[in-house]
Design a protein around this ligand. Structure first.
Ligand SMILES: [Zn+2]
Ligand SMILES: [Zn+2]
Ligand SMILES: [Zn+2]
Length: 508
């Protein structure tokens, strides 16, 4: 073998890059934003003038490289598609930030995602910056002692009492663990650990939040009465105040859901708008209502093993004031934090894909244990076993075994909180169509929105992922190039902004 011979993979990549249709292929990959496993479809579409029947533009996948059209997978999970997850993360940032700041400042990321600041700003007034806003983290209670990383301190110093548990295992751990160590989050004794309780808690976490949300309104009533000096009933609160929120769920290492929320207090506007609350409605008042509701919320759990359990929040919850001027008032940081967690998932935590449940069905218990570790595997197994019981059928635990029993959405918001993901996506579609039309590229779908035309088309599913394995490598390389260029561009903008600060007279 000589040094100039190419491996089959390199040859396929070289064929792609030197092919006549490479520019068209590259355009497709850019259009799906370097998606890691796009959906391939075949078919054609035409924009037809509805009054004359004339075809003004047409598209056929037959004219495209490999005869297919690529569509981005749109998955929000970074473990599945880094690039679609990145788009989702940026959108989530806008959702969270626009509810905190109202009109978000125009950023380069806004321009690049096409989710422009004016879309968000038109929905949420910038006055929300004066509303009380809290950043809240709610965790699950303990289902048994687990190993933890304590920033250089000993994991679990043994208390003076029992040296071993009922199963003869050490009741403490004298080691110091690093956060990334696989033992972190796993129980000291798997036999002591209440796996059924943990799975049932996850499966009721959504209901627990729903009751907490109702509890906040109830807790606001006496506080509003005290603040205004006039009696306010639980239902009367809604004539004075509105609580809105955005919520992101995440899995802790121990396999239990925890929630991060931004909770905002608005006034009640009969026209359905977002208005400032009365001055007595402070962040401190909202905070005490949230604390009361979190402390009081409870859901009785079913009892498959005769043990009585009640789902409540763990004692480790956090409520920080992120109102303007509040102690943790860095709204951009809060938005970035929530957006980041929105792309992490249960399956990231379990280190496996959605195929996990079906594999589990084939009793690949050993495979699962090797893949995600004994603790998370036991949670999946427990969910699967409990899911087979008739008395728990309504929990659909087998369908949610791969999310360890949790069946809620990973990111939700109340209607009034801010702009929707749908609005951001629509803005991006419009923006991209404008770009294409500005570049002179014929576009069936954009033509149709322009001129009273309808799109007639027929597409069918051709497959998932790139046609050639090396195409995926190439798309990954293109994504890196794009990210590098983006960083350079942002650096340039930052340097220009710094220059403007140093030379304040240049603009005058
Ligand atoms: Zn994708
Ligand atoms: Zn330990
Ligand atoms: Zn034990």
């Amino acid at each position: 073998m000589t040094g100039t011979e190419l491996s089959p993979g390199m040859r396929a990549m070289s064929d792609r890059v030197s092919g006549a249709d490479y520019p068209a292929w590259r355009r497709q990959v850019e259009r799906v934003r370097y998606c890691a496993r796009p959906v391939r479809v075949t078919g054609c579409a035409s924009a037809v003038d509805t009054s004359t029947g004339e075809v003004s533009a047409s598209f056929s996948s037959g004219d495209q490289p490999d005869g297919t059209l690529l569509i981005a997978c749109g998955d929000r999970r970074a473990s599945v598609c880094a690039s679609c997850a990145e788009t989702y993360r940026r959108d989530m940032w806008h959702v969270v930030a626009s509810g905190l700041q109202g009109r978000s400042t125009a950023t380069s990321s806004g321009t690049h995602t096409g989710a422009r600041a004016d879309t968000a700003g038109s929905v949420v007034p910038s006055t929300v910056e004066s509303h009380p806003r809290l950043f809240v983290t709610l965790t699950a209670p303990s289902f048994g002692p687990v190993h933890s990383a304590r920033g250089g301190a000993v994991c679990r110093p043994r208390s003076g009492r029992a040296r071993v548990c009922a199963h003869g295992r050490p009741a403490g751990c004298g080691l110091v663990h690093d956060t990334a160590h696989p033992v972190v989050g796993t129980p000291l004794c798997a036999d002591c650990y209440d796996y059924a309780g943990a799975v049932l808690w996850n499966s009721h976490a959504g209901e627990l939040w729903r009751r907490t949300r109702i509890g906040i309104d109830r807790a606001l009533a006496p506080l509003a009465s005290a603040a205004t000096g006039a009696p306010v009933t639980a239902s009367g609160v809604r004539d004075l105040l509105r609580v809105s929120y955005v919520k992101v769920s995440e899995f802790q290492k121990r396999g239990l859901v925890h929630l991060h929320l931004v909770i905002r207090l608005d006034g009640a506007d009969p026209n359905g708008g977002i208005v400032a609350p009365a001055s007595w409605a402070t962040a401190a008042l909202l905070s005490s209502a949230v604390r009361r509701a979190v402390g009081a919320a409870a859901v009785a759990l079913p009892s498959p093993d005769g043990r009585l359990r009640v789902a409540q929040w763990g004692s480790q919850f956090d409520v920080s004031d992120v109102s303007a001027g509040g102690p943790a008032g860095d709204t951009r940081r809060v938005a970035a934090y929530l957006a980041k967690y929105a792309t992490k998932t249960a399956s990231d935590s379990a280190g496996a894909s959605g195929a996990l449940a079906s594999r589990f069905r084939r009793l690949h218990r050993t495979w699962l244990r090797r893949k995600v570790g004994r603790h998370l595997a036991t949670l999946v197994e427990t969910a699967w076993d409990l899911g087979g019981r008739a008395d728990l059928a309504d929990l659909k635990l087998r369908s949610w075994a791969h999310t360890l029993g949790y069946r809620g959405h990973f990111a939700t918001k109340s209607r009034r909180y801010s702009v929707t993901l749908g609005a951001l996506r629509a803005a991006r579609r419009t923006w991209r169509a404008e770009q294409r039309s500005a570049s002179g590229e014929p576009d069936v779908w954009h033509t149709a929105t322009d001129a009273g035309a309808a799109v007639v088309g027929d597409f069918s599913y051709a497959g998932r992922g790139y046609t050639h394995a090396t195409d995926a490598d190439l798309a990954r390389m293109m994504a890196r190039e794009y990210e590098d260029a983006l960083h350079e561009y942002r650096d340039l903008l930052r340097r220009e902004a710094e220059m403007a600060e140093w030379c304040p007279l240049t603009d005058e």
